[in-house]
Design a protein around this ligand. Structure first.
Ligand SMILES: Nc1nc2c(ncn2[C@@H]2O[C@H](COP(=O)(O)OP(=O)(O)OP(=O)(O)O)[C@@H](O)[C@H]2O)c(=O)[nH]1
Ligand SMILES: [Mg+2]
Length: 390
């Protein structure tokens, strides 16, 4: 699953990308620092099945520390969008195609209120909710254009499956189409759709196939708390998470250098401050104080909101040996796979390998040792063995 970072220029998208991925994307205090997209991997934390089973796990990817499993998820950071991007303003919106396979988007807003929609210094009293509303407008126009371009093909389509095929390039699935038809109130017969129906449908499809979480970034800045409250009031239907991307980045870098211990919940300065130059001592103390004032950098809360609320995912642990909860090499709970809630045993097989799904015979719940049928829904935290003819 891919998460896309979007927003106006200079809002801190690349800083958040670096904080999430331990990346090194270029960051600067002027608009359009990013032109080509940055791609990387972030780690999502959740309770591992090893705790309940009383075993020590051996993750193939990511890690497990004190029963908290971290699994890799893909993240992409793109160029800043500006109002009128669909007409070619700023860097235009050609790069939106890089986001077409994103399952969810993070819209980065600058809660300091110091940058406008174009990433330039904002006038006093700038309404930070503009950072979100114009981005959604541009995204809706992008979807509108894709839908309008294909409208002739829709009227000839034999079923929703065919429409799904036509829109698969922007990550639309049949379930999104069914829900978008319901929500937008357009007629279920697509041959009857007109221009207005396409617009309504495009907006609903965008919301369903690219759900947005708002990252109210730069929470370390003086007016941020006030702007966060205003943002939440202006956007009551949105999930708004307070973020301090720069702080998260600085803390993880300080930890890499062995200067602090940082686990997302607390900061402990481990460097011998008496041996540090005064500037470094002051910087470390400032980082610790800022973290303690905010209580969090919001980065894991953001990932949780996306995967466990917006995308409604569950984590499932496939194994080959249901007695030892291990793979064929004896690695205990080697993988944790994120799947949409409601996924079945055969969906898990398909997520591992399409051949495994094709030859699916049955599955075994490793906790109860009971057999599961192909269409049996999986519970969050399930440990499952798939038995396949392939
Ligand atoms: N105070 C503060 N500054 C931040 C934070 N995050 C980013 N910045 C600063 O905001 C400026 C823009 O950051 P970038 O990450 O380059 O922003 P961007 O949205 O990727 O910008 P473009 O690539 O130009 O669209 C830089 O000066 C960052 O150091 C934060 O949490 N707090
Ligand atoms: Mg950038």
């Amino acid at each position: 699953m891919l998460v896309g970072l979007v927003g106006g220029p200079n809002k801190g998208k690349s800083t958040l990308f670096n904080a999430l991925t331990h990346g090194s994307a270029a960051v600067a205090d002027y608009p359009f620092t990013t032109i080509d997209p940055n791609k990387g991997v972030a780690f999502l934390d959740f309770p591992c099945a090893c705790q309940g089973l009383g075993v020590a796990c051996f993750p193939r990817y990511g890690k497990c520390v004190n029963g908290i499993r971290s699994v890799p998820v893909n993240v992409i950071d793109v160029a800043g969008l500006v109002p009128g991007a669909h007409e070619g303003k700023g860097k235009g919106n050609e790069f939106l195609s890089d986001l077409s396979q994103a399952s969810a988007l993070v819209c980065v807003a600058d809660a300091s209120g110091l940058t406008d929609e174009f990433g330039n210094p904002a006038p006093a009293g700038y309404d930070v909710s503009r950072d979100v509303s114009f981005v959604e407008e541009e995204l809706d126009r992008w979807f509108g254009k894709v839908v309008a371009r294909n409208s002739q093909r829709f009227s000839r389509a034999k079923g929703l499956g065919e429409i799904e095929q036509i829109l698969s390039g922007v990550g639309v699935r049949e379930s999104h189409l069914q829900e978008a038809i319901k929500q937008s109130g357009v007629a279920p017969e697509w041959a009857k759709w007109h221009e207005r129906d396409f617009l309504l449908l495009a907006a609903a499809l965008r919301k369903l196939s690219k759900p947005i979480v708002v990252a109210a970034n730069k929470m370390d800045m003086p007016r941020a708390q006030e702007n966060l409250t205003k943002l939440q009031q202006a956007l009551p239907d949105h999930s708004v998470i307070a973020i301090a991307a720069d702080l998260e980045l600085a803390l993880s870098k300080a930890m890499e250098k062995g200067l602090v211990e940082y686990d997302g919940k607390g900061v402990k300065i481990t460097a011998d401050l008496s041996a540090q130059p005064p500037v470094m001592k002051a910087a470390l103390e400032r980082l610790k104080a800022t973290f303690e004032k905010l209580g969090t950098t919001g980065v894991q809360t953001l990932l949780h909101k996306i995967f466990f609320e917006k995308l409604d995912c569950i984590a499932v642990f496939p194994v080959q040996d249901e007695r030892k909860y291990a793979d064929h090499l004896g690695r205990v709970l080697p993988d944790a796979i994120l799947l949409p809630k409601g996924s079945t045993a055969v969906d898990l097989a398909g997520a591992i390998h399409s051949d495994l799904a094709k030859g699916f015979l049955y599955a075994v719940d490793a906790r109860t040792k009971m057999r599961m049928g192909r269409d049996e829904p999986l519970a969050d935290g399930s440990v499952v063995k798939i038995v396949s003819a392939n």
